[in-house]
Design a binder for this molecule. Sequence first.
Ligand code: SF4
Length: 616
Amino acid sequence: MKVQLRDNQPDIVNDILASFHNGTKVVVLNAPTGVGKSIINMMVTKELGSGYTTTPLRTLVDQYRDTVLRFDEDELGWVVMGRGAYECPHQINNENERFDTLSDSEKQDEAKIRKHQYRLQAMTADGAPCTEDNPKYYVGEGKGTAGKKRQYVSECPVRNKCPYYKDRDRAMISQNAVSTFDYFMYGIYSALKRSESNGDEQQYDGNDETTTWQIRDVLTIDEAHSLPNKLVDFFTITVSERTLPGFPRDLLLKKIEEIKRNLKPGENFSVKVSDEFGVMLTEYMNLQDQEMAYLKNLADESDENVEVDYQGKQMPLDDAIRKHKKFLYRLKFVRSSVDSKVEFVYHSDDTGIYLKPYSAKAYMETLWGMFDHILLSSATFFDVETYLADLGLEKYSWKLIDVPSSFDSVNGPIMTVSSLYLNRKNFDTTIQKVVEKVDEILDQHPDDRGIVHCFSGTYRSAIMKGSQRKERIMTHDSFNRTEVLKNFTSSTEGNKVLVSVNMGEGVDLKDDLARFQIIVKAPFLPIGDPWIALHKERSDRWYKAQTIIELMQMAGRIVRSKEDYGVTYIVDRNAWNLLEQNRKLLPSWFVQRMDAGEAVRKKKIDSQMNDILADL
Ligand code: SF4
């Protein structure tokens, strides 16, 4: 099928292309739900030549895959996911062959079958032999006078049947390689590091993960509103028993305290800690390399897949090697993230030590320079200037394209419904009124399904406990979140209301799935987190921007198409005021829906006044 652009899509594509052709490097596309950003983005890349497309939202990559497959005649690109999403046929073949050698009674042993199935599931392309620098592929036991010896070859015997490489190879020769955010970042960042150390700017060499990450014309990042924070998360180093088992954490903490105590004027605490950590990490990596050599040696010398103790767990030697390969692969990346140019914010708790970059822009400088054009798209950009500065993109020529909504804003009013200013201190004195307000809104929608965004577990518990509409409300916890959401979205029947936490993003409640939603509390980030506290201290504007983006995301959970409709109610007056004070920086679609909400609210007040007057 060929792409047929609809409504204002051709104009948006032309606007973006004209901006790029006029010398603009960065285009920020602020376009509401329903505009069709993915097809617009892909058509722009098609016109410009070649590109990479990625997004921090994993489910969106699936949508890109659908688009690519649907419009196959246009050859828009190809999608490749992370290695963990693909089976590794080489390892699976070996495991099946091993299983076949078991006796019938062994096979029938339920525990063994379960173990077999579990092992098959774990055999993904992540940690497969081909992730190593000098891979060796086990092909079975040799025969002969020397006895049964494990035999290896240096090329994967089923490389041409490998689903991962099929997608990867096709994506890399296609005009537009679409991938998950982590896959893109690992690939391109590792390639950059290698090219820096080789002094080669154009052509990357190295192992198979990096050879194909070449410079292209355009980089597109969809759902990019949270990109600065996603990048910080991506480069954050967690030193815990789970991530770096056996790392001398106590010693690192001791050294950090020493640095703090002995810091001289003019010395940079962050740089000193980063250098110290870098030294310790290099020593740790040497030990891990030795562990790998030991495991491989054991495999070479053993006649069978013996059980070994790996990080406190008994497991077959092959599994331990696979796990350790995966681990070394990640470790290399962690080492490359320790950089003196980066300001880290440290904090530690019972679970580990966290080295979080204050900003990811130092990491991204070279990467931005690789592309002539960068297209960032989302429905919820706010304060674009601050956003770009956070990414280190403000120094380039940039343009914001703000696309008005093609939906009638009357179909999705956003309105304030109380004069309660909620905060932690007045929780006890306001919560009863909050619960009553929630019940009142539920009564206004007796036959509709809806969602309540609580922001915190404290509000959720209080609403679940205090609401008089218990027959309608349901909730989830952190363990059954996905299951509950799946159940809730599997039917449009009834008038159930989901009382939720953390469902402000990536949840699609179209049409009858939800006809109303309640935003209970302004989603201010917790300042108990030192990284957030430091950001707030340096820029209150940044802090407010995070809350506003979250509010816009929540508001976008319902009213997903032109025909859809639903009301968004905001209980916390802090949230409404924040939006009002920043109207000029909000996307036009959002302001239109706020205005529609105000019109409904005023009409309601007028009608109530008329009723009162009529009764006099
Ligand atoms: S190339 Fe071979 S070892 Fe690597 S993931 Fe594919 S099948 Fe597995």
